[in-house]
Write a protein that binds this ligand. Sequence first.
Ligand SMILES: Nc1ncnc2c1ncn2[C@@H]1O[C@H](COP(=O)(O)OP(=O)(O)OP(=O)(O)O)[C@@H](O)[C@H]1O
Ligand SMILES: [Mg+2]
Length: 377
Amino acid sequence: MPHAARYIGLMSGTSVDGVDGVLLRFDGPGEHAPLELLGSASVPMPQSLRAQWLELQHAGDNELHRAALAANALSRLYAEVVARLLESSGCSAEDIMAIGAHGQTVRHQPGAHDGIGYTLQLQNPALLAELTGVTVVADFRSRDVAAGGQGAPLVPRFHRALFGQSRSALAVLNLGGMANLSAWTAPEGALIGFDCGPANVLMDAWCQQHTGAPYDAQGSWARLGRVHAGLLASMKSDPYFDAPPPKSTGRDRFNRAWLQHHLERAGAGVTPVDVQATLLELTAQTCAEACRRHAPHAEALVVCGGGACNDRLMERLGHLLAPMPVRSSAEHGLPPQWVEAAAFAWLARQTIEGRPGNDPRVTGARGPRILGAIYPR
Ligand SMILES: Nc1ncnc2c1ncn2[C@@H]1O[C@H](COP(=O)(O)OP(=O)(O)OP(=O)(O)O)[C@@H](O)[C@H]1O
Ligand SMILES: [Mg+2]
């Protein structure tokens, strides 16, 4: 296995806002090899495809057929991102060892039902291999679930490989549709990680409904509102927030129906802008409390994911965690919007080189596992 190898990572997360892709070069052996960002590209999720994914989040008529076609459409979008990455970096398909492609999550129910449960990230990896001429690694989560784990989060091991080279103890918070925290005490120390709860998914839905914008840019709308104490307390009473790790979550739990339930409990009279302010505060408080409780030794919190661009949310996190510094991952070498895509390039490399991608202390799986299915070029 050559020591300088290029990998592509593709991420389309629970926000269903688009596909983020990176092209990385790893220089050296092993999972802590230094990496270089050779290219990055994003394409927004077309409105009609976004609507199809949102429909597929719950049971519906002829869903197998609709799921298969949405998977094809996503794979074409993935191929477009790959083409852009190759073009902008001057690489050809043959230069890429593999693509790590996440797929679109439509159900996340590990451990449920029959005790094994399932997690479902849809895409058509065979089509992606066909369209790109590159080996594809897909379906990263199922093996961890089969081994009794949550299948999520898978990024903590990468977060430590990327940000953990200094001697300091750090915590890393990804603010995507959901929020997940990773933390370690020292480069060789214990790693923890879990999903904290919703990050942007409820704020996005509420903002879309009341302003027409897909998200509250910089949190400027939320900034105008006042936090409603009753609504905040009702939402925070959800047992998920206090449950001990391992734990992971998604739209299966934190969705419009969940918000509606808490709005009804809070009673009439909460204005839309106050709801937005309260949803932002929910994300800030639950993430800050997760960090305080589970990463008390962290010297700083590194934030990645689209939520790192929400100035109001970053301000609130900084306030709640003071004096702990709260910084964008850009200050640690990788801009926030590329971290999760980079994780899937890294995970694909782990698979191709025969190393585990999960950390059983994080997911609760019975042991480390080599993740994913390989679709050769
Ligand atoms: N400028 C901005 N201001 C406020 N929020 C932003 C801004 N840019 C992005 N966001 C938020 O980030 C979200 C997208 O983040 P991201 O792509 O990291 O999440 P995701 O697709 O759910 O990924 P994952 O599941 O990997 O965490 C948007 O839906 C939006 O809520
Ligand atoms: Mg996204």
